[in-house]
Write a protein that binds this ligand. Structure first.
Ligand SMILES: Cc1cc2nc3c(=O)[nH]c(=O)nc-3n(C[C@H](O)[C@H](O)[C@H](O)COP(=O)(O)OP(=O)(O)OC[C@H]3O[C@@H](n4cnc5c(N)ncnc54)[C@H](O)[C@@H]3O)c2cc1C
Length: 232
């Protein structure tokens, strides 16, 4: 369903990740993890791209979160201010979570966090009790989007565990380091064969996670993925 809405707030999450919040039209329904299309501009300048909703259906606004690339669409999106109008189509996609699984493993890096943030927030707001373990990889600790919120959700809810791993750690980083690998999954999710996995992000990241899960012999039917085509 196409509709027009307007920006209500923008939030700089990290130096190169920004969230844009839109008014949620009455009656607009979606599932945690789904995406929308956003159209900017008019005529030959018209551009449309996919964006996962990083907001949860339980929240009173629609939020998308964009990795800023310096390219035309990215600049136009980053330049939006409160009150600006945009055209949206959606929701779409079956990379969703409605607490169908008791044990979930989430593997992601960088901007791939957007649907997973929506799912974790949904689970908490609905008072659901699945065990969710998120392995979240970034280059620097300053690149971790939603860091305070994710760490807060972990404190708030016993079943939520967030493990951040950094590939280029500063000396003061005391946490996990390196890319997500099979050893990390075994260590932080010893019951990984019982978990349903969600992995999302740029195709290279998703492919690496799929290889890792296959190496661990996790059955295909326990793996859900969302490729952010458009990023290399
Ligand atoms: C289902 C789905 C969900 C998605 N969800 C999100 C989301 O939540 N957040 C998000 O940020 N994105 C998401 N995306 C990706 C999004 O739709 C865009 O493709 C992405 O944000 C890149 O758009 P852009 O305009 O910034 O960059 P583009 O201009 O489209 O460039 C994309 C990449 O191509 C390369 N490139 C393009 N032009 C050049 C050039 N001239 N020189 C060198 N390299 C170039 C660059 O490496 C660049 O990173 C999603 C995609 C899908 C399919």
């Amino acid at each position: 369903m196409p509709f027009e809405t307007c920006v209500v707030e923008t939030i700089q999450r990290t130096p190169d990740i920004k969230s844009i919040r839109f008014e949620k039209p009455q009656g607009f329904r979606y599932l945690a993890g789904q995406y929308i299309f956003i159209t900017l501009g008019d005529g030959p300048e018209k551009m449309e791209k996919h964006f996962t909703l990083s907001s949860s259906p339980t929240e009173g606004f629609l939020e998308i979160t964009k990795r800023l690339t310096g390219h035309p669409f990215s600049n136009a999106l980053a330049g939006l201010n409160s009150g600006d109008k945009v055209s949206i189509r959606g929701p779409y996609g079956d990379f969703t979570f409605q607490a169908e699984y008791d044990k979930v493993g989430m593997l992601s890096g960088g901007i791939g966090i957007t649907p997973l943030r929506s799912m974790i927030k949904y689970s908490i707001d609905k008072g659901l009790n699945p065990s969710i373990i998120l392995l979240y990889s970034n280059r620097l600790d300053s690149d971790i989007a939603f860091r305070d919120e994710l760490e807060g959700m972990q404190r708030e809810k016993n079943g939520i565990k967030v493990i951040e791993t950094i590939t280029r750690p500063e000396p003061e980083w005391k946490g996990v380091t390196g890319r997500i690998n099979a050893e990390m999954v075994k260590k932080f999710m010893p019951d990984y064969m019982e978990r349903t996995f969600y992995t999302s992000g740029p195709p290279k990241m998703v492919d690496a996670m799929l290889s890792l899960l296959r190496e661990l012999r996790v059955p295909e039917e326990q793996i859900k993925k969302e490729n952010f085509y458009g990023y290399d």
